[in-house]
Structure formats: structure tokens, C-alpha cells
Design a protein around this ligand. Structure first.
Ligand code: CO
Length: 388
């Protein structure tokens, strides 16, 4: 088989490049990344930093997992410091046997580990309007993907015995915001997790330590962190966080409520806003795709402003409701162009253009934006947002 020389790499191997084997630092009890690695969460300026959000640096991520320390944050009352030995989970309402569980008791139950995306309902919400975010972190960084470990919620409901007529659960956090969300009980019995583990260790405090809900494929605000109570009911609570917030304003002035599923989406992370290509040549174009309705079947990429679309290579295994990494070799000719990706999920749903999306939803929706994201590559190699 004839090998083609793909990379036109510059440096010629010479002497004097290798370092002598100096003695390094001793072993440490808990690892840290290299001091040369600088990627951090970006925090949106807020008058009340306890009720703000911070964004995952998507362009600096590899593969499909977000390091726990870089998982996006969205809090409504700061990060509580909870001693797991004193924490309790209460299950009450329309159940035969109300329960109070310790974290230790929960950890003794049969567990599972699953890789799932968590995405804020407001992720890429800026794209409804002026699209001023200079980079993919700020435009799309309210999404992350982790391996979560915990107990299927179904197991707990079988334990407490759900009464006839129950149709919703109301989950409540122990944070100062006392965030409450109503969730149809069918979802709880399907695939919801009561999670205590993330990426092989305990949840981070900002991810809900010691207990949080995972609601696969549904908007982030339903994944209640610092979970302290689940009430089984026959109707939703109409809580503050599902009336004043997390509703989607439509063009006719009415608002959609209880829009839970995060529809199929994708975004190119290289090249993306704020980056500069050093010159024409071969690059690996890459990005992330996910769908709240299941598995990503296909991702198509354009590098000529939408005139032609090409199927990208998808990293296997393609997990349901998890990130799918896509990649495509791309030769840049040095001319100005526009690049974008669109994802198609297992239901056949195709990620819409911004125009198609806003034609139905208007531009004041705030939440659930999943339009195709365009990046402009300038002749000077600078990558910027494409203005609306
Ligand atoms: Co919603």
C-alpha cells in the first residue's frame, strides 16, 4: 500500500531538542493539570455572582467528555457547602410509603453509569438576537457531557409505591434559590438518574454534591442539583423557575411552557470564533453534535457558505443523548469563506437554519435555540461570528 504524505510539517529533525532527564516533582495525592494548560470557564458578568452562569471552553475540549472542573455552571443561589453525612433526600406526596434516605443508603442501591449531555435551556440564547458572542465558548458553552453514576429513579419509586393518579414529580434543591421543577413522572420512570458520581468521582459541589437529578436529553434546569426533596403529585407546581423563567416567548406574545426536550444541535469548535488560521493548508475541522431525542445519525459540514454539504466522520460509539464528536479533513485555500455544521438525529429531525427557526419561533424566545451556527473565516485567517 502506497503511503501518501498528508502533512506538510515544517521542522527538520535536528540535535539539541531533547531535554536531559532532570528530577521531577514528587508524587502528589490529587492530580493537577499542566500549568501550561489555561482553558477555564468563562463567567458572565452579573450583579449577583451567586445567581450567574459560567461556560465550558468547548474549543479546548477533546473527545466527548467534559472535565468535571470545566463543566458549565448555572446557579440560582450560589453553591451550597453540604456535608453528605448530614444530607437527606425526602420522597413524599402521592406515595404509599414516604421515605427519608441518607446518602449512604442511596449509595448501597444498585447503580448504573451513563454518559449524558447536560445543556442549559438558555444555551446559545444570544443567537436569537444580535449574536455578539465572539467565540464558541460564549455562544454555545452552556453545555457539557459527563459520565454520571447513580441510581435509576424508577427503583426508588418502586420502593415508595406511586399512588394511582400521580403524573408529575416536583424536585427541589437545597440551595438558597430552592429551585423547584415539575417533571412528568413518565420521564422519571423511563431514564432519570439520582446521581452522586461524575466522571469517576463524586459530583463537584457546583454540580450538585452530594446528589443531583439527571434528566437525559431535557433542559438543564430540570436536573435539580443538591437534591433534597421529591414530591409526587397529580399536577405541576407552577413554581417560580417554571413560570417566570424557562418559558419560551412566541411571536404572538404567548409563551410555551414545560418545553423540556433539547432538540438536535451541533457546532463547529475548530475553526471557530476568536481563532486564527496561520495560513492555507490542511486542517482537521471538528465539533460536537447532540440530540435530546436520541442518537445522532449524521453530521453534515459546509465550508463554502452552504452551497455544498459533506458528511463528517463521527466518533464511535455514538451514544444516545451524549455528545458525538465529528471530524472532517479540510483544506483551506486562503480565501474568505463561511463554515457550519448541521446534525440529524435518529428521529430524522434536521437541525434548522436560523432563518427557519426564527420564522416559527420569532426572536424573543430566549430558550431552546438550536439553529445552525455559522463561522466566517477571513482571508487573513481570522475566524469571527457571522452577523445576523
Ligand atoms: Co424549556
Amino acid at each position: 500500500m502506497k503511503r501518501r504524505r498528508v502533512l506538510q510539517l515544517g521542522a527538520v529533525l535536528g540535535g539539541g531538542l531533547l531535554r536531559a532527564g532532570e528530577l521531577g516533582r514528587p508524587l502528589g495525592p490529587y492530580g493537577e493539570r499542566s500549568p501550561f494548560e489555561k482553558a477555564v470557564r468563562w463567567r458572565r458578568e452579573s450583579k449577583t455572582p451567586e445567581a450567574g452562569s459560567s461556560f465550558t471552553p468547548l474549543a479546548d475540549s477533546y473527545g466527548i467528555l467534559t472535565p468535571s472542573a470545566l463543566h458549565y455552571e448555572r446557579h440560582h443561589g450560589g453553591v451550597p457547602a453540604i456535608d453528605p453525612a448530614r444530607h437527606r433526600l425526602i420522597l413524599q406526596g402521592m406515595v404509599e410509603r414516604p421515605l427519608i434516605l441518607t446518602v449512604g443508603e442511596i449509595k448501597r442501591l444498585p447503580s448504573v453509569s451513563r454518559i449524558y449531555v447536560v445543556e442549559c435551556g438558555g444555551n446559545s440564547g444570544g443567537e436569537w438576537g444580535a449574536k455578539t458572542a465572539p467565540d464558541v465558548q460564549r455562544s454555545h458553552g452552556l453545555v457539557s457531557c459527563s459520565e454520571w453514576t447513580g441510581v435509576p429513579l424508577k427503583l426508588l419509586f418502586e420502593e415508595v409505591g406511586v399512588r394511582a393518579g400521580a403524573s408529575w414529580i416536583i424536585a427541589e434543591g437545597a440551595d438558597a434559590g430552592r429551585v423547584q421543577r415539575s417533571i412528568p413522572i413518565a420521564k422519571a420512570m423511563d431514564d432519570m438518574l439520582l446521581a452522586y458520581g461524575q466522571n469517576g468521582e463524586a459530583l463537584r459541589p457546583e454540580q450538585g454534591y452530594p446528589l443531583r437529578l439527571i434528566v437525559p436529553g431535557w433542559e438543564g434546569a430540570t436536573h435539580i442539583k443538591w437534591l433534597q426533596r421529591i414530591v409526587v403529585a397529580d399536577q405541576p407546581y407552577q413554581s417560580r423557575d417554571e413560570t417566570s423563567k424557562y418559558t419560551d416567548l412566541m411571536p404572538d406574545g404567548k409563551a410555551r411552557q414545560f418545553t423540556f426536550v433539547m432538540e438536535a444541535k451541533s457546532v463547529v469548535t475548530f475553526p471557530s470564533g476568536g481563532q486564527t488560521l496561520p495560513g492555507p493548508g490542511l486542517y482537521e475541522l471538528t465539533g460536537l453534535a447532540w440530540s435530546g431525542r436520541g442518537r445522532i445519525e449524521r453530521v453534515e459540514v459546509t465550508s463554502d457558505g452552504g452551497r455544498s454539504w459533506q458528511a463528517a466522520q463521527l466518533q464511535e460509539p455514538r451514544l444516545r443523548l451524549a455528545w458525538v464528536r465529528f471530524r472532517l479533513p479540510w483544506r483551506w485555500d486562503g480565501k474568505e469563506t463561511v463554515i457550519a455544521s448541521r446534525s440529524i438525529d435518529e428521529t430524522g429531525y434536521v437541525q434548522p437554519s436560523r432563518e427557519a427557526l426564527t420564522a416559527v419561533r420569532g426572536t424573543n424566545s430566549g430558550f431552546h435555540y438550536n439553529g445552525i451556527k455559522l463561522w466566517k473565516v477571513g482571508a487573513d485567517g481570522r475566524v469571527t461570528n457571522v452577523e445576523a
